[in-house]
Design a protein around this ligand. Structure first.
Ligand code: HPA
Length: 275
């Protein structure tokens, strides 16, 4: 993307002019999890097509708008609808909104996504706190960027997920009485689902859950200096020795079923953390 820095400033300036809001927290809502947005007390809704340089989302189960409002006593801006590499967007397009959200002054990025469980003790509907990731999307969102105004060219990835926020979220899950799942998320390109052999490989590599999103946005988030909390809903469990077919409708249905639990975890966690 040519002149990306100027485009970020243009988008951010537009949003500041429209809303006058400097949110503390930015959120990216995942597949089947967009109704979390209904729990935000909205102040402004801004469709992506009105925002300079934003793309428009095409996939089923996604709506494209930014929601400015309050949630858990914090000023938030949420992306309802996101862009995926498998839709054909470049990673520069997928990650552009993250740069804009940071420019609006948000400090914590909360990301949600549906994922397939690779740890076969997981159950559909579980929420996993991501403690680390593996990027198996065959590219990197920072590839080709040399503008130091965007952040470090070689950002450190030794501590992507904020340990304090992970501790708070873990405590919240234990208090709720839901199973505490923490683990490694591996991002693949998709859109085909994994074969049994690929599933076995991903598990051997050390991943506990697999999905087709989020890691590009999170790599970018680290570059721009966000604290990151990544919560995934396990919508299906993939056992390579007994692989069941997976359908998008099943993924969306199970994500919808887990949404109240995810919302409760997010609300209590955000309510307790200091920014
Ligand atoms: N694989 C990849 N992405 C997914 C899955 C899966 O099994 N479930 C939800 N998103």
């Amino acid at each position: 993307m040519n002149g990306i820095y100027d485009k970020i400033l243009e988008s951010a300036k537009f949003l500041v002019a429209q809303t006058g809001i400097a949110p503390d927290v930015a959120m990216i809502l995942g597949t089947g999890l967009g109704s979390l947005a209904e729990r935000i007390d909205p102040i402004y809704l801004i469709p992506y097509e009105e925002i300079p340089h934003f793309c428009v989302s095409t996939v089923e189960g996604h709506k494209g708008k930014l929601i400015f409002g309050t949630f858990a006593g914090k000023q938030v801006v949420a992306m309802q609808g996101r862009f995926h590499y498998y839709e054909g967007y470049g990673l520069d397009q997928v990650t552009f909104p993250v740069r804009v959200l940071k420019e609006l002054s948000a400090r914590l990025l909360v990301v949600n996504s549906a994922a397939g469980g690779l740890d076969v003790s997981f159950k559909p509907g579980d929420v996993m706190i991501v403690t680390d990731h593996i990027n198996m999307i065959a590219s990197n969102p920072l590839r080709g960027l040399r503008d130091s105004r965007l952040g470090d060219r070689f950002p450190d990835m030794s501590r992507v997920y904020d340990p304090i926020t992970i501790d708070v979220a873990s405590q919240v899950i234990e208090e709720i009485g839901a199973p505490l799942r923490r683990g490694v998320y591996v991002a693949v390109s998709g859109p085909s689902m994994e074969t049994p052999a690929e599933t076995r490989m991903l598990r051997l590599l050390g991943a506990d859950a697999v999905g087709m999103s989020s890691v590009p946005e999170i790599i970018t988030a680290v570059q721009v200096g966000f604290r990151v909390l990544f919560l995934v809903v396990i919508t299906n469990v993939n056992d390579p020795d007994n692989m069941a077919p997976i359908s998008l409708s099943e993924v969306i249905q199970n994500a919808n079923l887990a949404e109240p639990l995810l919302a409760e975890i997010m609300e209590k966690t955000l309510g307790r953390i200091q920014l």
